[in-house]
Design a protein around this ligand. Structure first.
Ligand SMILES: NC(=O)c1ccc[n+]([C@@H]2O[C@H](COP(=O)([O-])OP(=O)(O)OC[C@H]3O[C@@H](n4cnc5c(N)ncnc54)[C@H](OP(=O)(O)O)[C@@H]3O)[C@@H](O)[C@H]2O)c1
Length: 249
C-alpha cells in the first residue's frame, strides 16, 4: 500500500466541516504550510471560527448532507478549482433512539445524514479523484456498524451501510491511485455524545485525529480507535443474541 504523505501543499475537503473529530484530524495531519482546507457544512460562522484556529488557508462552503440534489454540483465546483488530495467524510448525527421510535421522519433524516449523503457526495467525487490518479477518502464509520444494538439501531444501521459502502468503494478503487481509509471509533467523549455517560474504552476526538493521521501516513486501510476495539468487537460479534439484546446501551 502506498503511504500518503504530501510534501507539497495540497487541498483537503472536510464534509461536515464543524465536526470535532474532523477538526482534530486536520490538526494531526500536520499538512505542509500553504495547504488549503475547505470546510463544508451547515454553520458557516462556526466553521469560520474553527478554521481561524487551523494552521492552513481555510475557506468555508455551504453543505447540507441531507440536500442530496446539491452534492454533485458542489463537488464538481470544488474540483473545478483544482485537485483535491484528501476528502474526509465526517457529517453525522446521533439522535437518541427513543426520539426516533416516535418520529420515523427523523430516523429518515439520520439515515440521509449518516449514510445517503456520504454516498452521493463521495460518488460525485470519485470520477474527479480517478482522473487525478491520486487521492485519499477518509470515511467516519463507527463500531456501531459492526453489530446493531437495540439502544441505537437506526444509527447502527446507517453506519453499517456506510461501512459496507466504504469497503466496497475501496475495492472498486483498487489500482486507481485513490485509496479509502475506513475509521471505526468507539465512544468519543465530545460534542456528539455530550450528556451521555462514557462507554468502556471511550476515547477523545484528539486520539481519533492522531490515529487517523498515523493511518494516512502508513497507508492502513482501516483504523479502530482505540486500536483494542478491533479485537474486542471480533469477540462481541459472537455473543449469543438472547444475551446481546439485553444490552441497555
Ligand atoms: N462522537 C462519537 O462518539 C463518534 C463515534 C464513532 C463515530 N462517530 C462519527 O464521526 C463523525 C464525526 O462526529 P463528531 O464526533 O466529530 O461529532 P460532531 O462534532 O457533532 O460532528 C458532526 C458534524 O456533522 C455535521 N452535520 C450534521 N448534520 C449535517 C447535515 N445535515 N449537513 C451537514 N453537516 C451535518 C454537524 O454539523 P453542525 O456543526 O452544523 O452541527 C457536525 O459538524 C460522525 O459521522 C459520527 O457519526 C462519532
Amino acid at each position: 500500500m502506498t503511504p500518503v504523505r504530501p510534501r507539497t501543499p495540497g487541498r483537503i475537503l472536510l464534509l461536515g466541516g464543524g465536526s470535532e473529530i474532523g477538526q482534530e484530524i486536520l490538526r494531526a495531519l500536520d499538512a505542509p504550510a500553504g495547504s488549503e482546507v475547505i470546510l463544508a457544512g451547515r454553520d458557516e460562522q462556526r466553521m469560520a471560527e474553527l478554521g481561524s484556529e487551523l494552521p492552513y488557508t481555510v475557506r468555508t462552503v455551504p453543505y447540507d448532507a441531507t440536500a442530496l440534489d446539491t452534492h454533485q454540483r458542489l463537488i464538481d465546483e470544488l474540483f473545478a478549482a483544482g485537485p483535491i488530495d484528501l476528502v474526509i467524510s465526517a457529517a453525522g448525527v446521533l439522535t437518541p433512539q427513543a426520539e426516533l421510535d416516535t418520529d420515523p421522519r427523523a430516523a429518515g433524516t439520520l439515515i440521509d445524514t449518516n449514510l445517503t449523503g456520504h454516498v452521493t457526495a463521495l460518488l460525485a467525487a470519485v470520477p474527479h479523484l480517478r482522473a487525478q490518479r491520486r487521492g485519499l477518502i477518509v470515511v467516519l464509520s463507527s463500531v456501531a456498524a459492526v453489530r446493531p444494538r437495540r439502544a441505537n439501531f437506526v444509527y447502527g444501521a446507517a453506519k453499517a451501510g456506510l461501512d459496507a459502502f466504504a469497503r466496497g468503494l475501496a475495492d472498486a478503487l483498487h489500482g486507481s491511485g485513490v485509496r479509502v481509509l475506513l475509521v471505526r471509533p468507539g465512544f468519543v467523549i465530545g460534542r456528539m455524545t455530550a450528556g451521555m455517560p462514557p462507554a468502556p474504552a471511550a476515547t477523545t476526538p484528539a486520539a481519533v485525529g492522531a490515529a487517523v493521521a498515523d493511518a494516512v501516513r502508513s497507508g492502513a486501510p482501516v483504523v479502530w480507535v482505540p486500536r483494542k476495539l478491533g479485537l474486542l468487537w471480533l469477540g462481541l460479534r459472537l455473543v449469543p443474541r438472547p444475551l446481546w439484546r439485553k444490552l441497555r446501551r
